[in-house]
Every structure is written in structure tokens, then in C-alpha cells.
Design a protein around this ligand. Structure first.
Ligand code: G3P
Ligand code: MG
Length: 347
């Protein structure tokens, strides 16, 4: 290797930087590392390769870049560490809603409707990001049970109940979908109640829809995603399709919304920052290998961002060749094959 000259402190820093691999990985979770609650067997071997059990003996930086979410990055890191039996740090986790921290400065103090997830998990995420007034559909349903007369919401399901808000006087400033809805019918109804209301006042309705008062933000465009069931499941992208159809039918207008998550650029810019922060002195990355199972999300996003896309056959995609619509740089059977190929590429 090249002799490193100059003052010792510089040699050490250069040495550590010079020796640091200048490439990294962005690994998708569902359909690549796990399928629902089942760990994909090759995942642990692949991550051990990245954690130093490779020819160079060096740790290769990687992030888990998922359109999943509904929990804090800390909780996801703990979940994945347990499932994969290795230490995954919160700083290595990019969730569908992670880049939505950027919305806090605009909506910090105003009521926002946070949709999706189990119980109050998405409210916890929103509050941890800095949103002071995240409201969930459960809270609105508990406030006025006739909003959705088909089932009840118990006190312990409605987390604003103890504050007894009157949502007819609390304007909802924005709608943010942080994870998959657990009750499409009710959540579509409540989201439309806000979108058709006068300035976000639930229970009112306007007649002129030429201006959409309430911004809508989605965190995950996935129309399909893969779990243990042999056929992919509908994701948040399918829910968005349903909301758009109802909005169009009821108002005659197209729903305007902003989407985060793969394949959108904002998510890759955020993930690149996170991945770079894992390198000493933020050494710039020369190459990122992005491994995913969903051509429309993982491959389209990586290709557009200039990363090396690797498609695996353990999730949504199960074709023999490459995806015709979003062709990857390489198609592998699984993540272990993908990591071996990439490490070989980097020598
Ligand atoms: O809800 C999770 C699903 O949309 C896909 O997640 O990890 O494959 O991006 P992932
Ligand atoms: Mg996936």
C-alpha cells in the first residue's frame, strides 16, 4: 500500500480514512432480509460479511432503507437486531417517514392528522420528531362515535381522549400517512372529512373544491409488498389509490399530495446523508449498492439516484430474468449472492 507521510496525527487520520472502504450498501428490509416475521436465511450471512467477516476484514457501512415504518428508528433497530441476531443501530435505519422530519418546522405547533400504524405508535413517532399536536383517527372517532358508526373506540385506544378535544373547533392543518392503515374504511372516511371540510374543521363541508386547503403527505408509495403470504399484499400506495378515487368522485378534482419513500429522491438524499455519517470524517462515498425486491421502489429509486441497483428474487419480484419495467444493474437469487458480487466488484 502507498507509504503515508506527514505528521503522525495526519497519518493516523488519513490511514483510518484511506483504509476505510469508500463504498456502502442500502439494504431493503421486507422481501430482502425478512418476510413478515420470518428471517430470510441468507440475510444473517450477508450482514456478517458486511460486519467484517470478509476478505478485507473491514466493516462495510450499510443502512436499512425501508418503506416500512410506524415505529421510531430506535424501535426498528431493536426489532431488526433481535430478528437478525446482530447489533443494528438506530443510526443505520431509514424508515418511510424518516425524511418527514423536514415537515416539523412547518407543522410543529398545529394539529396534524397522523394516519396508520398500530395503536399510538405513529403518534409516538410524530412526537419524537417534534410534532406537538399529532391527532389520530382513533382520537376523532372517540370524540364523536357517529364519525364511523360501525365499531367503537375504547378509551385506551384514543390517546387524546383525556384532553377531551372538540375537533369541530380544532382545524387539522395537514394529513400525514406514517404507516399502513389498520382500518381503511374508517381512515378513508376521516381523511375525506378533513379534505372536504372548511379549513380543516371536522364536521363542516365546503362546496367549492377549486382549492385544496389541506396538504396530504404519504410516506410509502408501495402498491404491493411481500410478507409470508405467497402473494404480495397491498401497501400504502394502494390505499392512496383508493383515497384518490373517492376524492375525484366526490369533488371532481384530482387529489394533490406529496410522497416520500422509495423511489422518491428526497428519501435517497436523506439515506445518503445517513450512510455518509457512518463513515469516519464523513468520507464521501464513491459507490452505493442498493439491494431490493421491489423493482418499482428499490430499483427505480436506486437507478434514478445513480446507485448500483441489485434486484433479488426473495420478495415482490420472482421473475427469471430482470425487471422489464425497472431493470436492475444485477439480478440475484438473494442478498447473500448480492453482497458477494458487490464485495468482489470492489475487490
Ligand atoms: O410496509 C412495508 C412495505 O411497504 C415494504 O417495505 O422494507 O420492502 O421497503 P420494504
Ligand atoms: Mg422490499
Amino acid at each position: 500500500s502507498r507509504a503515508i507521510t506527514g505528521p503522525l496525527y495526519l497519518q493516523i487520520r488519513l490511514h483510518s480514512t484511506t483504509n476505510q472502504p469508500k463504498f456502502g450498501f442500502a439494504l431493503d428490509i421486507d422481501g430482502v432480509l425478512i418476510k413478515g416475521n420470518r428471517v430470510i436465511p441468507q440475510a444473517q450471512r450477508a450482514l456478517r460479511l458486511l460486519n467484517g467477516e470478509n476478505a478485507s476484514g473491514k466493516k462495510i457501512p450499510f443502512v436499512l432503507l425501508t418503506n416500512g415504518g410506524g415505529v421510531t428508528e430506535e424501535k426498528k433497530a431493536a426489532q431488526m437486531s433481535r430478528k437478525l441476531d446482530m447489533d443494528i443501530l438506530p443510526s443505520q435505519i431509514v424508515l418511510s417517514h424518516s425524511p418527514m422530519r423536514s415537515l416539523v418546522k412547518k407543522y410543529k405547533d398545529t394539529p396534524v392528522l397522523v394516519v396508520g400504524g398500530r395503536e399510538r405508535s405513529c403518534k409516538d413517532v410524530a412526537e419524537q420528531y417534534g410534532f406537538q399536536r399529532p391527532i389520530q383517527p382513533d382520537d376523532i372517532h372517540h370524540w364523536e362515535k357517529s364519525v364511523w358508526p360501525f365499531r367503537r373506540v375504547t378509551d385506551d385506544e384514543a390517546y387524546e381522549a383525556q384532553k377531551r378535544y372538540d375537533f369541530s373547533r380544532e382545524p387539522i392543518e395537514a394529513i400525514m400517512m406514517f404507516h399502513d392503515s389498520r382500518d381503511w374504511g374508517r381512515d378513508l372516511q376521516i381523511m375525506m372529512d378533513v379534505l372536504r371540510s372548511k379549513n380543516g374543521m371536522i364536521g363542516t363541508q365546503k362546496t367549492d373544491y377549486s382549492v385544496q386547503d389541506t396538504p396530504v403527505y404519504f410516506s410509502n408509495p408501495d402498491f404491493l409488498w411481500s410478507n409470508e403470504f405467497p402473494v404480495p399484499r397491498y401497501g400504502q400506495g394502494a390505499f392512496k389509490t383508493a383515497l384518490e378515487a373517492i376524492y375525484k368522485r366526490h369533488t371532481g378534482k384530482e387529489l394533490k399530495s406529496t410522497s416520500f419513500g422509495k423511489p422518491h429522491r428526497a428519501t435517497y438524499e436523506y439515506a445518503e446523508k445517513i450512510l455518509t455519517s457512518l463513515l469516519p470524517n464523513n468520507t464521501p462515498l464513491q459507490r452505493v449498492f442498493a439491494v431490493g425486491d421491489n423493482p418499482a421502489a428499490d430499483i427505480a429509486g436506486a437507478n434514478a439516484y445513480g446507485w448500483t441497483s441489485i434486484l433479488v428474487r426473495t420478495g415482490v419480484f420472482d421473475g427469471k430474468g430482470n425487471s422489464s419495467e425497472f431493470p436492475a444493474k444485477l439480478v440475484c437469487d438473494d442478498i447473500e449472492e448480492a453482497v458477494h458480487w458487490a464485495l468482489n466488484e470492489e475487490g
